[in-house]
Design a protein around this ligand. Sequence first.
Ligand code: NAD
Length: 500
Amino acid sequence: MTSEHLTHWIAGRPWTGTSERRGDVYDPATGKVTHQVDYADRAVVDLAVGAALEAFQDWRHASVARRTSVLFAFRELLHARRDELAAVIVAEHGKVHSDALGEVARGLEVVEYACGIPQLSKGGFTEQASTGIDVYSLRQPLGPVAVISPFNFPAMVPMWFFPIAIALGNTVVLKPSEKDPSAANFLAALWSEAGLPDGVFNVVHGDKPAVDRLLEHPDVKSVSFVGSTPIARYVYETGTRHGKRVQALGGAKNHMLVLPDADLDLAADAAVNAGFGAAGERCMAVSVLVAVDPVGDGLVERIRERMAGLTVGPGCAPASEMGPLVTGVHRDKVAAYLDAGVADGATLAVDGRTHPLTGAEADGFWLGPTLFDHVKPGMSVYDDEIFGPVLSVVRVSSYDEGLALINANPYGNGTALFTNDGGAARRFQHEVEVGMVGINVPIPVPVAYYSFGGWKSSLFGDAHAYGEDGVRFFTRGKAVTQRWLDPSHGGINLGFPTNS
Ligand code: NAD
């Protein structure tokens, strides 16, 4: 363990106080503690919110031109230093470097979207709404807003929210995951360099006490949360009880439905990429493959062949396609599902515990890619969000049976259909009860000018991360990303999909 530790970022600089509580931060590839992070108590959160409130008095009056110029400067710095940020992510999260770069690219996309805030924040005007009376609408900033983010995208998920919040004249307190906290401080330092006034962007580290204080603090006007469903529900209920606007994005169990007419090689590539990229630690990971008869055997065989060729190793090694899991506790939890699946009667087609690791230290938090076949609802491998490199194959006899399975699932984050039939694709988009839909795209993360967000237990509150989701309140946003077959798009690439 090094003696260095990471602390909060408040009013444009690192906090200089002494924390009563700290947590260990690990390098998942070695299993070793690399440093510690301070955990905020109530007083530290109050200090950060106080700094955000003070900064709001000026920032809310900064001209749109001034705010936009800081956004553009931040964009340039982030773009120039994206490789360094990716390395910071790899060192604490464990994902492979190319995947971390993909996450930064998707965050940058939202920063670029926010650079267009002069257009995005325009109000409306009705001349002569009544005789001699004109009516218009303004969009005004709220004040200090909180962002509470998960471990799996330590840069991208905070960037879903804070570029837009800041561009609109709000000030921010970010509470990142305590498991990989350093990316938040890296971003804070970039904001300072970009010329953002002190106090507009603050970071408090920690766990439940820090979150609870943000949820009840009278000066925090809104909360954007991303994490697991039980905590999302808790954050939504607690935050709204305290009168805040809350958008709380939760967990997922994403199904990929493969119809008999689909290109099975493309579908197998997609299942491997989306099932095992970032070791399955993505809210948009495919964790259930629903094979419509008779394609099950052919798909399982193709997936098994591809899995054998995957290189699992440290995220910093260029050859690695999949890294370790984030912590030892999480690895053990995921590994326990392998025994549970077998006990429940599923077929363990590929056992991740036997996968060869390349250049990996035994003490790291390793588990190779795992494939279950003949999985059924009621088995824990089907019912639970495992959040690891475990892909389950469910066999169904028809499109209708597959659709019913997806719609019966309590989660509704992402889903994908693989087919060559345009009619089936169109039907699926209309019928499936999921917020983000891919047609021949396994991880249908929409571009930043469409809204990211799930349905059912995957999202509480009506707002959606970034983008415009059209008419709020009386409709549910659904983003569809589609690609008709082009063999050149096939192949194994476990990286996070970017829009190059
Ligand atoms: P998590 O719910 O454990 O933690 C998320 C945040 O909540 C962290 O900042 C954490 O410190 C805080 N937190 C944890 N326990 C808390 C408690 N009891 N009270 C108050 N705050 C608490 O989630 P995670 O393990 O960091 O991230 C993985 C989860 O996030 C998965 O379920 C994944 O599906 C989900 N996720 C969802 C999306 C989405 O867009 N829907 C995106 C990314 C991740």
